[in-house]
Design a protein around this ligand. Structure first.
Ligand SMILES: Nc1nc2c(ncn2[C@@H]2O[C@H](COP(=O)(O)OP(=O)(O)OP(=O)(O)O)[C@@H](O)[C@H]2O)c(=O)[nH]1
Length: 604
């Protein structure tokens, strides 16, 4: 049976060093709860049979104190040690008290603030049972002196944090000289343990309790029933300490008091009975908790291992790792563009390949923008004006070709702006793909991520400029040479002309316009339509050629050249501090869990 409790103490050591939170692993322990000055520390000292806890006015216990008692038959005299300085062995319990005060001040400061970081004290004794007890700051109703104004909230929150743990046994301390109905500790215990399966009540200061039938009923558990029992105790008082009355003598006086005042229940009262009761309650509890605890340890091992896997291993060969990452980034980009991989874009719920996104930009941005370009509403005025101008000082018999050339090239100029806009849109889409992939690939390495991102965007800019230049020249060529011999133009022209002539004849009969402007307008429309279709074909092809394929080909070369030539591999491969911290934490946790696993396996 002792073995169970020793295992819990060992596990506590393992987990205290890594600061594991109770949400992850919660170990069975006895937590002493009560209002300020109810006698919590005195109860603990009576159990340990030593004076080692700080005393004073106001809030004395300001940090949780985990007291692990280990039964140690080899201990000639009781001795203690702290987890924060395990090499130091204390046989003088006054020095233990000094160290608790010193370490409390170190963490909480010397004012009256409290802190949830526990102090762990191990006590080895041949005469004490193996137990783990936690002393908590007393619940303080009203701040006194320089205590913080929210002291009640602070102390209650800290107590709650401990007693909410379903693996904790609550030792609810209430003083016998106040009405148990007002007991703060029992009220809190009922809130977190309504069934009362893990609450044991202690009534201190029974010597100050008036001997009455009602008070006897309190001790018998008839006023407020507590499933695990109510134990009355009389602790060693300050006066007895000053009078140097020994602990043994005080225990004898306590036993005598119960014999003389509550004889019929004296065997179930007093500090020795409380210690014995605590051991058996804790033992029962540990036996119940262990199977679940073992499952939690196994689960946590899997969780911590997967955290480690997701963070990746520590980098040994930085240069090699850099080359691998760059290769991976370039490959991911290529696969994304050719449709073998997908990424999640912005808030869109669909994951699409980068290539598909680009296609959607071609389809929507380029085609729709170019489709919007139509002949202006006053084009007939323009045509008339152009015909008149072309005639010069003489009246014109035929409309010269230059009229059509001038009008067509003026309309083609309108393609320039939407095409530039579309190319910009393509560049933005590729930039987004680069950003997503560099974030994903270089997540652990912020410097490398930044540099790679910059180099990639620099290269993309160069390629974008090549495309813009190419398309500019292409439009320039179109403006310089209006090809009225274009196969599609010559094919559709007769039909259009016929329709226009018929319309002109009809107009002429009705006395309307028959100047031929309608025919020129229709031919202009046809020509622009042909060139628009050509551009819809050429722009995506050019973007794909330079901004995708050539970009892919040059990306790896550019990255390797720039990243390696900078002679900053060490700097580039510096990991994000957070990643490093998380890996260290997961490694420490995993180590603790392995040790915990080894400890619990001793039971099997
Ligand atoms: N007469 C009598 N006095 C007691 C008894 N238990 C504790 N006291 C006295 O009550 C006072 C407070 O006791 P502590 O043990 O310091 O109380 P505490 O709950 O630990 O106090 P904080 O940690 O400050 O909240 C001290 O003066 C003790 O000597 C008891 O059973 N009988």
């Amino acid at each position: 049976m002792e073995g169970f409790l020793r295992i819990i103490n060992d596990l506590q050591d393992v987990f205290s060093t890594v600061g594991v939170s109770p949400d992850i692993i919660s170990l069975p322990q006895i937590v002493v709860v009560g209002s300020q000055s109810t006698g919590k520390s005195s109860v603990l000292e009576s159990i340990v049979q030593k004076n080692f806890l700080p005393r004073g006015t106001g809030i004395v216990t300001r940090r949780p104190l985990i007291i692990q008692i280990n039964q140690d038959v080899t201990a000639v005299e009781p001795w203690g040690t702290f987890l924060h300085c395990p090499e130091k062995k204390y046989t003088d319990f006054d020095k233990i008290c000094d160290e608790i005060i010193r370490d409390t001040d170190r963490v909480c400061g010397s004012d009256k603030n409290i802190n949830s970081e526990p102090i762990t004290l191990k006590i080895h004794s041949a005469d004490l049972p193996t137990l783990t007890l936690v002393d908590l700051p007393g619940i303080t109703k009203n701040p006194v002196g320089d205590q913080p104004l929210d002291i009640e909230q602070q102390t209650t929150a800290l107590v709650r944090k401990y007693i909410e743990n379903p693996n904790c046994i609550i030792l609810a301390v209430s003083p016998g000289n106040i009405d148990i109905a007002n007991s703060e500790s029992i009220k809190l215990a009922k809130e977190v343990d309504p069934e009362g399966n893990r609450t044991l009540a202690v009534i201190t200061k029974v010597d100050l309790m008036e001997k009455s039938a009602e008070n006897s009923r309190v001790l018998e558990g008839k006023v407020i029933p507590i499933k695990l029992g109510i134990v009355g105790v009389i602790n060693r008082t300050q006066a007895q300490m000053e009078d140097k009355i020994s602990i043994e003598e005080c225990l004898e006086r306590e036993a005598e008091y119960f014999r003389s005042h509550y004889n019929y229940m004296s065997t179930e009262m007093g500090t020795p009975y409380l210690t014995q009761r605590l051991c058996s309650v804790l033992m029962q509890h540990v036996k119940q908790c262990l199977p679940e605890l073992i499952i939690r340890i196994t689960e946590q091992k899997v969780i911590q291992q997967s955290i480690l896997d997701s963070l990746g291993p520590r980098i040994e060969d930085e240069s090699g790792a850099l080359a691998d990452l760059v290769m991976k980034f370039c490959r991911e980009f290529r696969y994304n563009m050719d449709g073998r991989r997908s990424v999640q874009f912005g808030a869109s719920e669909r994951a699409l390949s980068g290539g598909r996104h680009l296609f959607e930009v071609f389809d929507s941005a380029i085609c729709q923008e170019l489709d919007k370009i139509a002949l202006p509403s006053n084009i007939e005025e323009d045509i008339k004006h152009e015909i008149t101008s072309a005639g010069g000082s003489k009246p014109a018999l035929f409309t010269p070709n230059i009229v059509f050339d001038n009008l067509a090239s003026r309309q083609l100029e309108h393609f320039s702006f939407p095409i530039k806009k579309s190319i910009k849109k393509c560049s933005e889409t590729i930039t987004e793909i680069i950003s997503i992939l560099s974030k994903k690939t270089f997540e652990r390495f912020p410097v490398l991520k930044r540099e790679t991102h910059q180099i990639s965007l620099g290269l993309l800019l160069t390629k974008t400029q090549v495309v813009e230049k190419f398309i500019d020249s292409y439009i320039q060529c179109e403006l310089c040479y209006i090809n009225t011999n274009h196969r599609l133009f010559t094919k559709n022209r007769p039909q259009l002309e016929k329709a226009c002539c018929e319309a002109d004849e009809k107009n002429s009969e009705e006395g309307g316009d028959n100047s031929g402007t309608k025919k020129i307008k229709a031919l202009l429309d046809l020509y622009i339509h042909i060139i628009r279709n050509q551009l819809m074909d050429v722009v995506p092809k050019t973007v794909n050629c330079y901004m995708v394929l050539q970009f892919c080909d040059d990306l790896h070369k550019d990255l390797m050249k720039t990243l390696y030539s900078s002679d900053r591999v060490d700097d580039l491969m510096k990991e994000d501090m957070l990643v490093e911290e998380r890996r260290e934490k997961a490694l420490r946790m995993l180590d603790a869990l392995e040790r915990a696993d080894a400890i619990t396996s001793l039971l099997e």
